[in-house]
Write a protein that binds this ligand. Sequence first.
Ligand SMILES: *Cc1c(COP(=O)(O)O)cnc(C)c1O
Length: 388
Amino acid sequence: MTSPYTRLETQLVHAGEPSPRIQGAVEMPIFQSSTFEYQGEARYDDVRYLRSNNTPSQVTLHEKLAILEGAESALVSASGMAAISTTLFALLGAGDHLLAHHCLYGGTHDLVTQEFPRHGLGASFIDATRPDTWAVHLTPRTRAIYVEAMTNPLLEVADLAAVVRFARSHGLISIIDNTFASPVNYRPVPAGFDLSLHSATKYLNGHSDIVAGAVAGRRDLVDRIRHQANLLGGALDPHAAFLLKRGLKTLALRVRFQNDSTLAVARFLEAHPRVRCVNYPGLASHPQHARARELFAGCGGVLSFELDGDARAADRFAQRLRIAAVAPSLGGVHTLITRPATTSHAGMAPGERRSLGISDALLRLSVGIEATEDLIEDFGQALEARPA
Ligand SMILES: *Cc1c(COP(=O)(O)O)cnc(C)c1O
């Protein structure tokens, strides 16, 4: 997709919007209609119907997202998991094999470990920070390599440039879940990835009020995914599409503020005597700090940390916070804190969690857009409070 606007901030507001404006409306109306008059469409996928992902609310978002991601084509979906599952089922068939990042988002991990075998699909997990260890997992039926921009909740940064090179040299489709970076901090498609996926529930919408997903990348692949999406049925409804498009307009403002605020909070926590460790790629102490600086414009709004106590102490600390809500999810305007052992990674066996480095006391923080000083003061009071 090309746009007359070359800079991200302007693209966020204007790219893909109807021109001329509909009835002069500065903001595009919501097309709350499931079906549209027949105009001689020849193919099933072209008949205009909400589930077919070709109505005005959806098409406008597709154009905007393709331009933001520097991609040929894009598609929105009813959730991040709809984007991920539809993509994998569109591209892999019985007997095919996937190389997958070893520390996947919980839903994706369960999809690969629990649903893949039922459909005759295979997968091997790789340490995405160590390219020399990948080739041994290849099979004659390996079709794709799937990684995440930053892992949850340890914020590990894979060798993304090596993923692109490896995929090209072995004829694999390269797929990245770019949710944690957002196109403000990293644009995978211009960097060589075939597909960039999002839980648009997080930064793209950014207000914790819808679930949505997105796929951007090569046109031939997005076309296959769109056809699969039309059959599996996880289409985004017009009202959620309206909210997503509204959220997108402030994406750059929000994410850049969150980059700066999160780095300040990370530095405060790291310097505090009651904090054992902080995981944030923006900190010089992070094992992939140099790579993150090379790849990303900023490191986003998520960090994780451990206090000098057990899981109960971590829960008490979280309850003492006045600003952060104790809730899963991330990437919105509200600051949220969660203990992954009880939420995103509760489905994993405790031994598997520990082998990935996720202790029961680890807390994950998603920094919102509240004043940085207020957040730091709030963490300060909760850290200083006498244990109950
Ligand atoms: C939340 C999330 C998902 C799933 O998205 P939903 O919108 O909840 O379906 C996938 N990947 C990552 C990295 C996420 O954070």
